[in-house]
Design a binder for this molecule. Structure first.
Ligand SMILES: CC(C)(COP(=O)(O)OP(=O)(O)OC[C@H]1O[C@@H](n2cnc3c(N)ncnc32)[C@H](O)[C@@H]1OP(=O)(O)O)[C@@H](O)C(=O)NCCC(=O)NCCS
Length: 138
């Protein structure tokens, strides 16, 4: 698989590479420049790169004092199972100097997050407007 490098900025990352990564990883609803802007607007980003190919990503937003939220964790299926996801999460967590980090995880990946100390958390509410995303896809 060659050398895998980790990056902490968006400098060499393109919207197209992100779009392809998320499509390959089965995470829908991330398209065009919108997904690149989301990463650029996040204070903490981590990417895994093999050669010039983007093979992994994740990001977090935080107030830097109390809270953080992680989003958009994905590893290219061809590179899954090589501890790349673990490395990305570890690198983001090491930057977050807050007491509570939250994320949304499907049942099938909750086991992955448990190894870092994440557990289901009950008093969470969310206001979701899928129509807004539908109307503003890119
Ligand atoms: C979930 C994901 C990021 C994991 O990345 P990865 O690079 O394949 O995982 P790693 O190789 O770093 O795995 C590290 C450890 O977690 C375990 N693990 C990986 N995926 C797991 C899963 N779905 N459930 C439970 N454990 C899992 C591995 O077995 C490994 O255990 P070990 O250290 O004891 O050997 C990756 O599978 C992915 O991109 N999935 C599709 C997109 C997705 O669902 N993202 C999460 C959105 S919330």
């Amino acid at each position: 698989m060659g050398n895998i490098n980790y990056r902490a900025d968006c400098e060499l990352v393109t919207a197209r590479a992100l779009e392809e990564l998320f499509r390959a990883a089965g995470l829908e609803g991330r398209a065009g420049d919108k997904i690149l802007r989301a990463f650029k607007n996040s204070p903490i980003v981590r990417f895994a790169v093999a050669g010039d190919r983007l093979i992994g990503a994740c990001r977090a937003i935080t107030d830097g004092e109390y809270h953080a939220f992680m989003y958009d964790v994905a590893v290219d299926p061809k590179y899954q199972g090589l501890a790349i996801g673990k490395e990305l999460i570890s690198r983001v967590l090491s930057e977050l100097r807050v007491w509570r980090v939250m994320l949304v995880a499907d049942a099938k990946v909750q086991g992955f997050y448990r190894q870092f100390g994440f557990t289901p958390y009950e008093n969470v509410m969310a206001k979701c407007d899928r129509q807004w995303l539908f109307d503003n896809p890119r």
